[in-house]
Design a protein around this ligand. Structure first.
Ligand code: NI
Length: 403
């Protein structure tokens, strides 16, 4: 039945949106300030101070110095209820900015090229808003400002320092501004959103010699070529084709002269997958292949293999909550995109391993304004209209969950 009378939720939506719109110039100002002062993982001193200073100014209970530069703000609603956490990452990247904008990075060789300046500004504005509207939700909201997402990872150290305890957090949400999606869309899905990240470094130890006398040598370059080709059979021939995985060798270094057979060759690479059942599998298989090829060629090897982040797995109920909010915020079901998986990784994964939650993408690309460069590009920037949408997403998720 079609009705012209707005339902309760659309009235709330209008009010929330109108109020967030009045905050928009402020949010942009914060984001641009942060953008001008990017800092690398666990060194977010100015960023952390900026956040803490706002929280103090607003009289919001918070704890600083968690996992070095992390901060947790706590806001209690007027009535008793569940505890929801909102997570934002604060760190920048070692990239020289190439954007010619008034708010370009003032820190040489560092840049907010992934949008974490926006995440921090969105979380700050959400904190401000919720503090002004304690009667609109029950329970408690903890806003987590996290260091070092780009590595080595600030999420696990913050969990180790018990940010999810006292009061115990029931669920967590977080977002990433996403230039792979256009402004006005939200990418949300149940299950795996982002991939596990594993890394390896390998040195092939051969025996060098004269380029014209290979029979006296063990050519580390030929051995590594065989290793690299064979590594591609893991995804091609060992992994169920219904599953998704990547093995990439991103670096290869060997040799000093065109007529010298290289003694050693070094390679490094990364592995990605969604299915947590693969944990342990790729490391084992990669070593089997390297060992087998080396043995067949009379070479030896040294291998370092480590798991950086597990996959980002969203809880079904929390994903549904975020999806239902997103439909209202973007105002068109087509704007909510479930086909948004990426083989990129995120240490939000650790929070989602600890408690149920949902991480989602907030479309931020606007090609008309030349704001569509990929993440980690020296010309990355996003449409700041998305900042207010991010605040609205968080606020409405709180009001839906905390009741
Ligand atoms: Ni990022």
């Amino acid at each position: 039945m079609v009705s012209t009378v707005p339902n309760q939720s659309s009235v709330d939506l209008t009010q929330i949106r109108a109020e967030i719109r009045t905050l928009q110039p402020q949010i942009i100002e914060w984001r641009r300030h942060l953008h001008q002062h990017p800092e690398l993982g666990f060194k977010e001193l100015l960023t952390s101070e900026f956040v803490a200073q706002k929280l103090t100014q607003w009289g919001i209970e918070h704890q600083t110095g968690i996992a070095k530069t992390g901060i947790v703000a706590t806001i209690k609603g007027d009535t008793v209820g569940p505890v929801l956490a909102i997570r934002a990452d604060m760190d920048a990247l070692p990239i020289q900015e190439e954007n010619d904008v008034p708010y370009r990075s003032q820190h040489d060789g560092m840049m907010h090229a992934c949008g974490h300046d926006g995440h921090t500004a969105i979380a700050l504005a959400t904190t401000y808003y919720l503090n002004q509207h304690r009667s609109d939700f029950a329970g408690t909201v903890k806003i987590i400002f996290q260091p070092a997402e780009e590595g080595p990872g600030g999420a696990q150290p913050m969990i180790d320092e018990e940010v999810l305890k006292n009061p115990d957090v029931d669920a967590i949400i977080g977002l990433h501004l996403w230039n792979n999606l256009p402004l006005g869309t939200v990418g949300v899905r149940s299950g795996a959103l982002m991939a596990a990240v594993e890394c390896f470094r390998c040195t092939i130890l051969g025996k060098g010699g004269h380029g014209a006398m290979p029979h006296q040598t063990v050519d580390s370059i030929v051995v590594s070529a065989q290793v690299i080709n064979a590594l591609q059979t893991i995804v091609g021939r060992n992994v169920d084709p219904i599953q998704s995985a990547v093995v990439t060798v991103g670096e290869l270094q060997a040799g000093t002269a065109l007529n010298v057979i290289a003694d050693t060759a070094r390679m490094s690479g990364t592995v990605r997958y969604f299915n947590p059942d693969f944990e342990g599998y790729f490391g084992k298989r990669i070593e089997q292949i390297i060992a087998g090829v080396c043995q067949s060629q009379g070479a030896s090897y040294e291998l370092d293999y480590w798991r950086l982040y597990p996959p980002v797995i969203n809880d079904g109920n929390m994903a549904e909550l975020v999806r239902s909010v997103a439909v209202d915020v973007v105002e068109t079901p087509a704007g909510v995109v479930p086909e948004c998986q990426t083989m990129g990784g995120e240490d939000m994964a650790f929070f989602l391993q600890a408690i149920p939650g949902c991480y989602f993408f907030l479309g931020s690309a606007n090609p008309q304004k030349d704001l569509a460069y990929p993440h980690h590009h020296p010309r990355f920037d996003f449409d700041e209209t998305a900042l207010g949408m991010g605040v609205e997403m968080f606020v409405r998720c709180v009001e839906k969950f905390c009741r």
